[in-house]
Design a protein around this ligand. Structure first.
Ligand code: SF4
Length: 360
């Protein structure tokens, strides 16, 4: 039996062995991944109506790949008040956003209660909105700064109205690469523990992987395997507990940072990575091709290579766009729908937990 067949069958292979999957041609990998995604979702491509709010770029951490933080190459520090964030959330809701996605730099000026007050105020004003907030890196930062314990932070977040967690801060789990690109930030092990504890509260989250910088293929596979193993602890389908909803391979944006990467992965390498993710991570329901980092065109092509989700309209975005992504002002829903249908798929608006709301 060849490697692809063994992988599809679920054989227990290690990262080194699985990295040889990249040696298959793109169409063989794509076909295997597409078969899995069509069995799950047929010809559907999911998106949601969401709004990203990034309350501050003042950061106590110093990741080399970051173009967003004011302590890196961004000359424009800012921090928003709770009233400003609330006013953006309310106006986004009026424009149709059903999810407010709040992710920030690790601002040392804010108190622990500032976060809880923010979440409570958003939910008080917009009880119907799905509040997705706080990466595991932010949770870990609050734990390091205030010594509260990540378990209590997660419990407090849930009480304050946070519905799910985004998948940011995972970067690449390999400790050697991680030390080079984001030394001091949440460790790989702690990132996973934080998500698993959140899942044990019955909550969902996403998981990301930052790729296309100094990592190698084996590092990417190792990252996927750690996600796969973490998910196995909470089988969300059978136990109806929390778990990872979507895996999001985030393409590294190379402008305005200190990482100094000259190479850029080819379109083929990117699509192979997405296909391999679909093949390996069969216990994670969705693979997201996040258009903000991939570009709209490549994200649409990725839907034929194992992905089934585009993310959303996002309305505004500051983190990836600081590194060169074309996501600063989001995308109109009609445009998103047109592009999905024009690519030959069914455009399905979903909520934040992937319940289907409407076919457009
Ligand atoms: S990636 Fe996040 S934690 Fe790292 S420097 Fe940038 S804002 Fe700070």
């Amino acid at each position: 039996m060849d490697l692809l067949d063994k992988t599809l069958k679920g054989d227990n292979l290690n990262a080194n062995e699985l990295s040889k999957l990249y040696e298959y041609d793109i169409f063989t990998l794509g076909k295997a991944a597409d078969t899995i995604r069509r069995k799950k979702y047929d010809n559907k491509v999911f998106f949601n109506m969401n709004r990203h709010i990034n309350p501050s770029n003042i950061c106590a951490d110093v990741c080399k790949f970051c173009a967003f933080s004011a302590s890196r190459k961004n000359p424009n520090p800012y921090e928003m008040s709770i009233d400003e964030i609330l006013s953006q959330a309310i106006s986004s809701y009026k424009r149709g956003a059903k999810e407010i996605h709040i992710v920030s730099a690790h601002n040392p000026n804010w108190s622990y209660n500032w976060y809880l007050e923010l979440f409570s105020e958003v939910k008080k004003s917009l009880p119907d909105v799905h509040l997705k907030a706080m990466t595991a890196a932010e949770v870990d930062y609050l734990d390091r700064k205030f010594g509260v314990g990540y378990q209590k932070i997660l419990e407090d977040m849930a009480k304050a109205g946070v519905n799910s967690m985004p998948g940011g801060g995972a970067e690449i789990f390999d400790e050697k690469v991680r030390k080079h690109i984001c030394n001091g930030k949440v460790s790989s092990q702690r990132w996973i523990e934080i998500h698993q504890y959140w899942h044990s509260l019955g909550k969902m989250s996403n998981c990301t992987m930052l790729f296309g910088h100094i990592e190698n293929r084996e590092n990417r596979i190792d990252h996927m395997l750690r996600i796969k193993n973490a998910q196995q602890d909470f089988n969300i389908v059978e136990a109806k507990k929390g778990g990872f909803n979507a895996f999001i391979p985030l393409l590294y944006q190379k402008q305005n940072n200190y990482l100094k990467v000259d190479d850029f992965p080819s379109g083929q390498e990117i699509l192979k990575t997405i296909s391999i993710a679909r093949i390996i991570l069969q216990n994670v329901p969705h693979i997201k091709a996040y258009w903000a980092t991939l570009s709209m065109n490549l994200a649409l092509v990725a839907q034929e290579f194992g992905a089934d989700d585009m993310d959303g309209t996002i309305q505004a975005e500051s983190i990836q766009s600081a590194g060169g992504a074309k996501s600063k002002s989001g995308m109109e829903k009609d445009d998103m729908v047109f592009q999905i249908k024009n690519a030959g798929f069914r455009a399905i608006e979903r909520d934040s937990l992937y319940n289907e709301l409407k076919e457009w």
